[in-house]
Design a protein around this ligand. Structure first.
Ligand code: UD1
Ligand code: CA
Length: 452
């Protein structure tokens, strides 16, 4: 059977009280629409049809070529929204899965279950997902008859007190026989609120003698719809639980899962331990047996095995194995720390390489620098890389010893095994194995191979 997926994303999200279209609000760092696109991708290799309307240009830009966008110029309800996909899909598929763009916790497995159940529903034109979720008070209620068959979905606003008391909710995910759907949509009535409700198809199918099948979800969190800021926070908490449970099952220790924030795009190796208030974001990958946190942000960075990062911020950085960082270090884009580097408190590194075993213990700024192996960077060392117009490079060769409070006025090269005295301001290149002191720094002698 050929399946197509339709994602409804035209609504404003009035209850969020925001200038941003609802589906662009972020959950665990990604816009809500990403989650729907991902679920759709798991059931159909063809790009889903996304119905856009409110903030259409911004939503289209976020979707790119991952969805075929169709415009719903006026938001006249969920049934009206699905009709906008007809021209794109009519005759192209036998079954249509419809999901809403504001249900980020819906699993791809649920879409598979809907498709499979509908394939077996020989007497009926649709299958819908339901969940036992008494707390979701603004959801449509699933009405069943004495035999347990689904008869209708009634929106909360239109429900009688008896219907409001029902606790089986309409999740907002459906699988339809395609031809039946296109014929049914124009028959739906206008609601008292002036909208065409997709949920009306259930009663329509029943009136036509068809059986409406239902897939009951075990996990009501999957049904969470984001209509309000409170529901956005709730969805964030549930997604966090899901992600954290996954990593713990993969052998990662989380000292306090409630204060560990791992975005869905992150990878973590086994035997890594994450301390509280740690945020792992974007395209970050953490090796095995690392200690990360507490109070650490790692964004778009690659961390090797057995690294230790405490109370620090890393963005766009790369660490080889056994690097130790912090507390209070800041790595910025282009920072690359080779095996065994130690970077202590109050250091900043950007666009620079620190070679294997190099130590930078305290209060230093390293920018646009290439630093070799086993270099000692004394407390307070600064690469003066910016001359007011452009950034200039600093090179420090293997085994050099930079004295405390040295200013390296770039462009400048410190030769292999060279040393600078405390407080030196280095404006000219230093030859290998030389000692320079003063302001501006002058070479005062050659050093032996042991650096003495
Ligand atoms: C909808 C369901 C309700 C279900 C709930 C689950 C209907 C009528 N009601 O209610 O039974 O329990 O979801 O979360 O379907 N949209 C459009 N165009 C429109 C209107 C809405 O694209 O004209 C989109 C919205 O952007 C949103 C989705 O459809 O992504 C659902 O709309 P929303 O207004 O959030 O419906 P609910 O009131 O939550
Ligand atoms: Ca909703």
């Amino acid at each position: 059977m050929r399946y197509a997926v339709v994602i409804l994303a035209a609504g404003q999200g009035t209850r969020l009280k925001s200038d941003l279209p609802k589906v662009l609000h972020r959950l665990a760092g990604r816009p809500l629409i990403e989650y729907a696109l991902e679920a759709a991708r798991a059931v159909s290799s063809e790009a889903p049809v996304v119905v856009v309307g409110h903030g259409a240009e911004a939503v289209r830009a976020a979707i790119g070529d991952r969805g075929r966008c169709v415009l719903q110029a006026e938001q006249l309800g969920t049934a009206h929204a699905v009709r906008q996909a007809e021209a794109e899909l009519r005759g192209q598929c036998e079954a249509v899965l419809v999901i809403y763009g504001d249900m980020p916790l819906l699993r791809a497995d649920t879409l598979h279950a809907l498709a499979e159940t509908q394939a077996l529903n020989s007497t009926g034109p649709l299958t819908l997902a339901t969940a036992e979720a008494p707390k979701l008070k603004d959801f449509g209620r699933v009405v069943r008859d004495g035999a347990g068959e689904v008869r209708a979905v009634v929106e909360a606003a239109q429900a009688t007190p008896e219907e409001r008391a029902l606790t089986e909710m309409n999740v907002g995910a459906y699988c339809f026989d395609a031809e039946w759907l296109w014929a049914a949509l124009p028959q739906l009535p206008l609601s008292p609120k002036g909208e065409y409700y997709l949920t009306g198809v259930v009663a329509l199918a029943v009136r036509g003698g068809g059986r409406v099948a239902a897939v009951r979800l075990d996990d009501p969190a999957e049904a969470l719809g984001v209509n309000t800021r409170a529901q956005l926070a709730e969805a964030e908490a549930r997604l966090r639980e899901r992600i954290n449970a996954h990593w713990m099952a993969e052998g990662v220790s989380l000292v306090d899962p409630a204060t560990t924030y791992i975005e869905p795009t992150v990878q973590i190796g086994a035997d890594t331990c994450i301390w509280p208030n740690t945020h792992l974001q974007g395209r970050t990958s953490i090796g095995s047996a690392c200690l990360i946190g507490p109070n650490t942000i790692v964004r778009d960075s690659i961390i090797g095995q057995r690294c230790r990062i405490e109370s620090s911020v890393l963005e766009g950085a790369q660490l080889a194995e056994e690097v130790s960082i912090g507390p209070f270090a800041h790595l910025r884009p282009g920072a690359r720390l080779e095996r065994g580097v130690h970077m202590g408190n109050f250091g900043e590194v950007k666009d620079s390489v620190l070679g294997p075993g190099t130590k930078m213990g305290h209060f230093s700024y390293i920018g646009n620098a290439t630093i070799g192996a086993q270099v000692n960077i004394g407390a307070g060392t600064i690469t003066c890389n910016y001359d007011g117009v452009k950034k200039n490079p600093t090179v420090i060769e293997d085994g050099a010893f930079i004295g405390s409070d040295t200013m390296l006025v770039a462009p400048v090269t410190i030769g292999q095994g060279a040393k600078t005295g405390a407080g030196a301001v280095v404006v000219d290149d230093l030859p290998a194995h030389s000692l320079a002191v003063g302001v501006p720094a002058k070479v005062i002698r050659k050093l032996g191979k042991e650096g003495a």
